[in-house]
Design a protein around this ligand. Structure first.
Ligand code: C2E
Ligand code: CA
Ligand code: CA
Ligand code: CA
Length: 279
């Protein structure tokens, strides 16, 4: 709303004030949401397309706002990051996922790892490792059922610090994915230094894979690179059978997207359900 036509310039300051007070209200509401069970998790399957099997879920945060209804992360994660609330929010997500996994173990339900998103601030917070270790201890979750998704740009920010934190996480037994891969220009040489398990190819490369030769080449290069580094690859945002078939032809074995399942709010789901396209 700051980029409006010439005629709107005189309202610029009023708009900025309104935006600032809306942001403050959002922060206050979010602080309240954290302490009053308004946050929820949605789980989306990650599928092995050769075996037609759910191999993991990604946990995605949602806010059930009492007046505004269901809010998506794009609506409140930026405010959470700006206010520092992303740190308690992130730990709430981690603790909830751990408790959900332990509940499945106790109920003897099937188990696949659950991936969750770690924000840049959380990753750089000096209490991050102690807090993660405390939540693992407190919940008793098997750490190999957890995968932390960290964006490429967050990881590339300060490589020495990144490597130290990743090694500490690996030491606890947690798996690491590079999220939104392809948007941050990492080289093969850089990647080789990072103790990561998985690359998640950003949805923007998958979207036009049928029409855009450049996107196809990027995806093929990422798949070739991961094979060399012995990393898993997950293509994000797969919505159509055509996208799935192209990715399969390129040698990609794991995908996530609306084609296989949308994020669903609730407890961690069973893996056993029939996939839509096989039903
Ligand atoms: P992300 O980590 O890249 O998560 C994938 C996003 O793509 C999710 O949006 C998911 O619903 C959406 N998506 C999945 N498949 C498809 C598809 O086939 N087509 C399209 N168009 N979209 C698809 P969502 O849930 O709105 O989350 C957006 C972003 O918010 C996430 O992007 C992540 O960066 C952030 N986020 C979500 N949950 C958390 C969280 O618990 N903590 C932190 N720090 N960030 C989170
Ligand atoms: Ca993610
Ligand atoms: Ca992503
Ligand atoms: Ca993304």
């Amino acid at each position: 709303s700051k980029r409006r036509g010439k005629n709107c310039v005189e309202f610029f300051n009023i708009d900025m004030q309104r935006e600032a007070s809306q942001l403050m209200q959002l922060e206050e509401d979010l602080r309240h949401a954290l302490s009053s069970r308004q946050l929820a998790l949605a789980f989306q399957p990650i599928v092995n397309i050769e075996q037609d099997r759910v191999v993991a879920f990604e946990a995605l945060v949602r806010w059930q706002h009492p007046e505004q209804g269901l809010l998506m992360p794009g609506h409140f994660i930026p405010a959470a990051e700006q206010s520092g609330l992303i740190i308690p929010l992130g730990f709430w997500v981690l603790r909830s996922v751990c408790q959900g996994l332990v509940a499945r173990i106790e109920a003897q339900r099937d188990l696949v790892p659950v991936a969750l998103n770690i924000s840049p601030q959380q990753f750089r917070d000096k209490h991050f490792m102690t807090e993660v270790a405390a939540i693992l201890r407190e919940t008793g979750v098997p750490p190999d059922l957890l995968e932390f998704e960290i964006t490429e740009s967050t990881l590339m920010d300060n490589l020495d610090a990144t490597i130290a934190i990743l090694n500490a996480l690996k030491g606890l037994g947690i798996r690491i994915s590079i999220d939104d891969f392809g948007t941050g220009y990492s080289s093969l040489a850089l990647l080789k230094q990072l103790p990561v398990d998985t690359l998640k190819i950003d949805r923007c490369f998958v979207k036009d894979i049928g029409e855009n030769e450049e996107d196809r080449q990027i995806i093929q290069a990422v798949i070739a690179m991961s094979a060399q580094l012995d990393l898993d690859v997950i293509a994000e945002g797969v919505e159509t059978v055509a996208q799935r078939d192209l990715l399969h032809a390129f040698g990609c074995r794991q995908v996530q997207g609306y084609f296989y399942g949308r994020p669903v709010i609730g407890a961690i789901p069973d893996t056993g359900r029939l996939l839509p396209h096989t039903a």
